[in-house]
Design a protein around this ligand. Structure first.
Ligand code: ADP
Length: 459
């Protein structure tokens, strides 16, 4: 068998049907067994009462004279009569002349003690057994026991006799059960097949409660896929749009220079603009690459850490970031300070550096000359390390605060572009935080400033 064959799904209908047939066959066999046992018990009771009535009839008025017994016995009856004295000596037997002492026979002992006694013993004939009924007789000649015996079919005999009939009944029952199982299986499976036909409304049309978790998973998976697909489409459209604008400018300036329409004294200015637009494209492409790398890492290993995690000294990272951003801050007339208290985070140093840089860069860019930016880090009272970037810049309007982490969302597009923003900085921050199981809290007021706090899980 090939691997594919081994893993091929079984037919639910066939499985269910064969299980039902097994149960049916088992039920029929058990019923047959139970009926036979009950039937045998009823037969035994009837045989006992028959033997008792014969015994009573034979011994009515009997005086204990063994020689007089044969004349009292019914003729042409396949019955065995034994007259036994109180000490077990066989006084008379209509089948065998020479019989040993019967004192140890259970039916004899019972009859002596209780008046009557019964016993069953294997018969010489296959499929049959001997049933004995013993009756205590208090005769003028002393206490005696008359035992009447009859060969009857035993349990095998009963079953074997009726085997053809039972076999036929069994076949008929199983055939009927097969037809019913088939119909039931079809009825059971049909709603499931129908459910799979219409995946859009799968959760509303679940036929069995056991399938609710499956339907839920399918539905949420579909929603997720659709959401991802929409996001992907929007992202592609946004990227194309973002790339097209600088490319159009570059192409326009280049054309002016190429056609000689640009005055020689303007050429350095056009060159500078081409350079600026090219830099913007480079920034955009590198942000897109970074995001797609984070995305594909997460898609490839959804349940494991996609990047190598190691202890990162957050205080050192804050110092480094602040020093690296000092030039940018000065250029924008912003004072940049930091307060780095000891804190260690488990994570990727490069990604955490990127996160701090993006937040610090925004705090500088969305600020006024003379503004102030502060980077802080430390360990909270609950033991969780944190990183805070605070500015007293332009702030984010309340209704945009929930959206700034979306890709390409900007509050003021022209300001973002003028300061070299790509619209992806906070999306990257969100992604990196997610990768580190960190929480982001944003507090902002227009005109007052913005504080973004990233809280990491305890080490
Ligand atoms: P961008 O490249 O445009 O800065 P981001 O994803 O980094 O993109 O930020 C999205 C938007 O959020 C920005 O365009 C800006 O409007 C707003 N924003 C981000 N940080 C700040 C901040 N510190 N102060 C005010 N607005 C901010």
């Amino acid at each position: 068998m090939t691997d594919a064959g081994k893993n091929a799904p079984q037919s639910m209908r066939r499985r269910y049907r064969s299980a039902m047939m097994w149960v049916n066959a088992l039920c029929v066999a058990l019923t047959f067994l139970l009926c036979t046992v009950l039937y045998r018990q009823i037969c035994a009771r009837r045989v006992d009462s028959y033997l008792q009535s014969i015994g009573c009839a034979v011994t009515a008025g009997f005086d204990g004279d063994a020689a007089a017994l044969p004349a009292r016995l019914p003729q042409n009856q396949p019955l065995r009569f034994t007259l036994i004295a109180q000490d077990g000596t066989v006084l008379y037997d209509n089948v065998s002349q020479q019989l040993p002492n019967h004192a140890d026979r259970p039916e004899f002992k019972d009859a002596l003690q209780n008046g009557t006694g019964t016993a069953t013993r294997t018969s010489a004939t296959l499929g049959r057994e001997s049933r004995y009924f013993a009756l205590r007789l208090d005769t003028p000649n002393g206490v005696q026991v008359l035992r009447v015996g009859q060969d009857v079919a035993n349990i095998w005999g009963i079953s074997l006799n009726s085997l053809p009939l039972i076999g036929l009944a069994l076949l008929l029952i199983l055939a009927g059960a097969a037809i019913i199982s088939r119909a039931l299986t079809l009825r059971l499976v049909r709603p499931i097949t129908r459910m799979a036909e219409n995946l859009d409304t799968i959760e509303a049309n679940v036929p069995y409660e056991e399938l609710i978790p499956l339907a839920r998973t399918v539905q949420s998976d579909r929603k997720l896929r659709e959401g991802n697909e929409t996001m992907r489409r929007e992202f592609t459209a946004n990227v194309s749009h973002e790339l097209k604008t600088p490319l159009t400018s570059i192409s326009g300036y280049a054309e002016l220079i190429e056609s000689g329409m640009a005055k020689p004294e303007d050429i350095p200015m056009f060159g500078a603009r081409i350079h600026k637009e090219a830099l913007r494209m480079i920034a955009l492409v590198s942000d897109i690459l970074q995001l797609s790398e984070l995305d594909s890492n997460q898609a490839a290993h959804p349940n494991e850490q996609p990047v190598e995690m190691q202890p990162v000294d957050l205080a050192a990272l804050v110092k480094e970031t602040a020093q690296a951003m000092t030039v940018n801050a000065r250029r924008a007339y912003i004072t940049l300070q930091y307060d780095a208290k000891p804190a260690t985070v488990r994570g990727s140093r490069d990604l955490l550096g990127e996160l701090a840089t993006n937040l610090c860069d925004n705090a500088i860019r969305y600020n006024q000359p003379g503004g102030h930016v502060e980077l802080r880090c430390g360990t909270g009272a609950d033991g969780c390390p944190y990183l805070i970037v605070e500015d007293n810049g332009i702030g984010i309007p309340q209704d945009s605060q929930g959206r700034v982490f979306e890709r390409f969302y900007r509050v003021d597009k022209s300001r973002s572009k003028a300061t070299g923003g790509t619209g992806l900085g906070l999306a990257i921050v969100k992604h990196i935080a997610l990768l580190h199981d960190a929480r982001i809290d944003l507090q902002s007021q227009v005109g007052t400033g913005t504080t973004i706090r990233v809280t990491f899980p305890k080490m």
